[in-house]
Write a protein that binds this ligand. Structure first.
Ligand code: 7TS
Length: 416
């Protein structure tokens, strides 16, 4: 460990020890060591998370919240402990504000459908930003169309920074909710959320934050951000797929109708009517993804053991190293140069199609994503078909950056 700006940073050998916790990173792809740079799509999983899932099925498996039997009670306790871990991780005030979902998309859909049923009328507006993933556009598009309401867009500049100066002008008494990403998945821009929520608060408008790309890389405190909803996915932060979190302020969740009906979300049912369970269960119909919640709790422990500040510094070091090494290559063009960035390196090589470059990188063991990254409006604004995206995690290392550089040089040579 070394002290850097009061953060205890792991040294190179400690980072290598963390890396060794990820069994898949020992794999070879097409005869080369795997260089996994598609972390924004999904992260890899440490053996601790994998073991939690195995242990669950070998020693704990029972349905939660229903059995009188011992196993069901142990399983319920573990599941509810996972909720409390998620609550502490984002500093929510109460466990009642933590809803288990399938992931970010599911969490945004939950809010869009439930909120719009209660609060959206013809002529109303929902404000999103020009940087959103399709998951934070399409649900709002569906519900605004259903309700005769409209979608408004906060624009950005060519660096990929939101034009915050226009935010107040886009808000009116028709604006019912604002939905904005914390971090852009295709350009890596970190948006100034506290500034946005401060202005929204003055108008009394609730704010939903899509935190899918923030939570794996930054310390997130929903009370400090002062947002009303915050959504994220377990699988992008070392956890399993199929589990995510919706944080919602109790004041809103209490006023919103259930999203889905079924077991667990009710207090009583007859053929005329039903009464709903208390929070958070009102929004959790059916048997939940129990081992997913337990795996997510282990992932949170893992991240907190390293420390979000150390993770952020490590990832930005790798991002800057990669940017430095690649920017001299012929035709290299960075896409997304906001002043506040996360470790997402989106780029183009002049004259080459991103897909062709991606295929040649893969042939040399380097996994990147190419295309529009589920942000077609961002690509339309930039007037490009897509980008090549290398997204970093703390378990990447300098050798990964060098292998990316070598593979990209070769791809350029072959394709030019
Ligand atoms: N919001 C953002 C900002 C995202 O990056 C993603 C997934 C989602 C929402 C949806 O998350 P899900 O877990 O519900 O699928 N982003 C990406 C990506 O960048 N590459 O693959 C998936």
């Amino acid at each position: 460990m070394k002290l850097n700006n009061k953060i205890l940073l792991p040294d190179a050998s400690e980072w290598e020890r963390y890396r060794n916790d990820f069994p898949i990173l020992k794999k070879r792809i097409n005869g080369y060591p795997l260089v996994y740079l598609d972390n924004a799509a999904t992260s890899q999983k440490p053996r601790q998370v994998i073991q939690t899932i195995v242990d669950y099925y070998e020693t704990l498996n029972a349905n939660v919240h229903r059995g009188v039997h011992t196993l069901s009670q142990i399983s319920t306790d573990a599941f509810e402990q996972a909720r409390i871990k998620a609550q502490a991780f984002i500093n929510a005030e109460s466990h009642r504000e933590i809803i288990f979902t399938k992931g970010t998309s599911n969490a945004i859909n939950l809010v869009a459908y439930s909120f719009s049923r209660a609060f959206l009328s013809p002529g109303d507006e929902v404000l999103v930003s020009a940087l959103e993933h399709h998951s934070n556009i399409v649900p709002w598009q569906i519900v605004t169309k259903e309700r005769g309401a409209h979608l408004r867009i906060l624009p950005m500049n060519e660096k990929g920074e939101l034009l915050i100066g226009q935010f107040s002008n886009l808000i009116s008494d028709k604006t019912k909710i604002i939905a904005i990403s914390h971090v852009s998945n295709s350009l890596g821009t970190v948006n100034p959320i506290s500034e946005l929520t401060r202005i929204a608060r003055q108008h009394g408008i609730p704010v939903l934050i899509d935190g899918a790309q923030a939570v794996p890389h930054l310390k997130v405190d929903v009370q400090a951000l002062d947002c009303d909803f915050y959504c994220f996915s377990g699988h992008k932060m070392l956890g399993p797929t199929g589990i995510g979190i919706l944080f919602g302020k109790e004041e809103w969740l209490n006023k919103m109708p259930p999203f889905e009906g079924g077991g667990e979300m009710i207090q009583s049912v007859n053929y005329n009517d039903s009464t709903y369970n208390e929070l958070p269960f009102k929004f959790e119909a059916g048997t939940p993804h129990i081992e997913g919640a337990l795996g997510l709790a282990t992932a949170i422990d893992y991240l907190l053991h390293i420390g979000m500040d150390s993770i952020h510094q490590r990832e930005m070091f790798l991002y800057k190293l990669a940017l430095n090494r690649l920017s001299d290559l012929p035709g290299f063009k960075l896409v997304g140069s906001a002043s506040d960035k996360s470790p997402v390196l989106s780029f183009l090589i002049d004259g080459l199609h991103p897909y062709d470059v991606g295929v040649l990188l893969d042939k040399q063991g380097v996994a990147v994503r190419t295309g529009h990254h589920c942000t077609q409006p961002v690509m339309d604004f930039m007037q490009i078909p897509g980008t090549i995206r290398a997204s970093f995690s703390f378990y990447n290392n300098e050798d990964d950056v060098l292998q990316l550089e070598a593979a990209l040089k070769k791809a350029i040579q072959i394709l030019s």
